[in-house]
Design a protein around this ligand. Structure first.
Ligand code: GLN
Length: 195
């Protein structure tokens, strides 16, 4: 598989390293046209309002709204994928039927690490939370994969995966492998429809 990483802000190189550690190809995406070259897209963490401004400036907001690519959003990337953001009039890309709240783990503990239990995965997943959002509600077609302190921090639908934290700041490939498996399933499904 060829996995794109939206390269406007965030730990692009670290994400690429984990994709490669899973045995797949990673391509940093700086221009909209490059979206045609990949099978799936990772949207890294950073600051969601800044990323949105950059996405608007470089034409990604419209292109990604239209795109059928499987997407994996981490932290600010999760916020960008959500249909609703608490305190905002509208969401950004509206890919996942969820509501997210930003910066929801308290000021004193802006950053922490945790080993997460994830639904459908046997091993624990290492996670770094940095001014992390959480998911306050989920709608149709969304499965909850993990919770911390009773807060939802990982969800998926058929083609989209969203998590509150940064797996790319650990050496755990659990979530990248999980996403690549999703991308492979999507590609297989499309091939069987074409035949
Ligand atoms: N707090 C940031 C936001 O609201 C997200 C933080 C992150 O991506 N590490 O966009």
């Amino acid at each position: 598989m060829k996995i794109g990483i939206l390269a406007l802000q965030g730990a692009v190189r670290e994400h690429a390293g984990l994709v490669e550690a899973c045995g797949h190809e990673a391509l940093p995406i700086k221009k909209v046209e490059a979206l045609d070259l990949v099978d799936g897209l990772i949207i890294p963490g950073g600051e969601s309002t800044t990323m949105r401004r950059l996405m608007d400036r470089y034409g990604f907001t419209e292109a990604l709204r239209r795109s059928e690519l499987p997407m994996f959003g981490t932290c600010a990337g999760l916020i960008l994928l959500a249909e609703n953001v608490v305190g905002s009039e509208e969401g950004h890309l509206g890919k996942l039927d969820i509501t997210v709240e930003r910066n929801s783990f308290g000021r004193q503990i802006d950053s922490f690490e945790a080993d997460l239990d994830v639904r459908g995965i046997d091993e624990k997943a290492a996670a770094v939370f940095i001014r992390a959002p959480h998911i306050t509600s989920t709608g149709t077609g969304v499965e909850i994969l993990s919770q911390v302190e009773g807060k939802i921090v990982a969800v998926r639908s058929d083609r989209h995966l969203g998590i509150s934290f940064h797996p790319e700041l650990t050496d755990s490939t659990v979530f990248h492998q999980y996403f690549i498996d999703m991308v492979e399933a999507c590609v297989q499904k499309e091939l069987s429809v074409e035949i």
